[in-house]
Design a protein around this ligand. Structure first.
Ligand code: FNR
Length: 349
């Protein structure tokens, strides 16, 4: 197995270990309160769960399977399982980073399986921020992707024993965004309003804030480093970054024009999905929590997705919303800690 394929397997294993309740950082969703509308004045049948992931790309449900894997035998198996669930439930799904196919073309089938299992679904290809236009076109072609995710993972790379040293990405992102429907995403450290504004001005179609509170790549890469005997203690970075809630609050103070804001990072419940929508997210990606369920009980994940769909529809009804986008115009209450964050960052609510 190549070093890169082994890294993919270690990500799967260490994500599970570091995502335990004891080790997870707060996702801050508990600090957001939704407001019950005792007079909904609509029927459940009128609730429409579809939403626009990015301009021109409608998805049937507001939550989707976020980028995780591919590039190893195990990753290919998991991608196949996730893709068949995505097909069954009409969920969009992102692949894990496909950069590995350019170093090791033998890994292509571990990504292609996502399209084979889900011929008609919405699939998002994922690449690093220094991918070339040709590489992006090849990755999109391999899975017949409907959109391209470009990940920003500086905090992961600095901890990663074999991580990158150069983080000049914006010029390349502009180039890619001019050619493809690009969603730029973090990998669990969140974004500030300054970053979100730079990305919106770069012309991207979607900005996925992917904040702190779930999968923690500082902890994952630190564990990998220990395994291979790398020196250094990275624990000071284990609570790094903005939570998903903080990042969505940041996004509210930007002029993100045509770009949608997407949430991910620490999403663990249908209420988190609805709260993210209330804070302005057009859709919500779920990675580690679904992976955990898949690895412990695949049938359980199937049932969980069904109940999330029901719960989200009920919560939309009870907040008086017919469409997911309507949530962004409903009132919410923040706990004192988040209220203080809003004040100190000079954010508009
Ligand atoms: C990830 N994530 C990720 N993101 C990305 O853009 N490209 C990738 O290849 C990967 N790989 C990956 C592997 C594993 C095992 C996990 C759990 C996650 C990050 C993911 O898409 C998401 O941004 C973060 O995990 C935060 O969301 P959760 O996990 O807290 O729901």
């Amino acid at each position: 197995m190549s070093t890169d394929s082994r890294r993919k397997d270690e990500h799967l294993r260490y994500a599970e270990i570091t995502n335990s309740a004891q080790q997870r950082q707060p996702n801050d969703f508990a600090g957001v309160r939704l407001l019950h509308q005792a007079l909904p004045e609509q029927s459940l049948a009128e609730v429409d769960l579809s939403t626009s992931l990015i301009d021109g790309l409608q998805i049937d449900y507001p939550f989707y399977i976020e980028a995780m894997t591919g590039g190893s035998k195990k990753g290919g198996v998991i991608n196949g399982q996730l893709a068949s669930l995505a097909a069954k439930h009409h969920l969009a799904m992102a692949t894990g980073s496909m950069s590995i196919i350019f170093k090791d073309p033998a890994t292509k089938p571990t990504f292609a399986v996502v399209r084979q299992q889900n011929p008609d679904g919405v699939i998002i290809a994922n690449l690093s921020a220094n991918a070339s236009v040709d590489q992006a076109a090849a990755a999109i072609d391999l899975v017949k992707a409907n959109a391209l995710e470009i990940h920003l993972n500086s905090a992961q790379e600095v901890v990663m024993p074999e991580g990158a040293q150069d983080y000049h990405w914006l010029t390349n992102i502009k180039k890619l965004a001019a050619r493809f429907p690009v969603i730029v995403k973090e990998v669990g450290f969140g974004m500030t309003k300054e970053t979100i504004q730079l990305l919106a001005d770069a012309g991207v179609a979607g900005i996925n804030v992917s904040g702190r509170g779930g999968t923690n790549f500082a902890a994952i890469e630190s564990l990998r480093g220990k395994r291979i005997g790398a020196s250094g203690d990275w624990s000071p970075l284990f609570d790094w970054g903005q939570s998903t809630v903080e990042s969505l609050l940041e996004a509210r103070s930007t002029n993100h024009q045509q770009a949608t804001v997407i949430a991910s990072g620490g999403v663990q419940s249908p209420a988190d999905v609805v709260k993210a929508g209330t804070l302005g997210a057009s859709a919500v990606g779920v990675a580690g929590f679904f992976l955990h369920h898949l690895q412990t009980n695949p049938d359980g994940l199937d049932q969980l997705i069904t109940s999330w769909r029901q719960n989200i529809a009920a919560m939309m009804l009870l907040t008086g919303c017919q469409r997911f986008a309507d949530l962004a115009n409903t009132p919410f209450v923040l706990n004192p800690q988040l209220e203080s964050y809003v004040r100190q960052r000079h954010l508009t609510r």
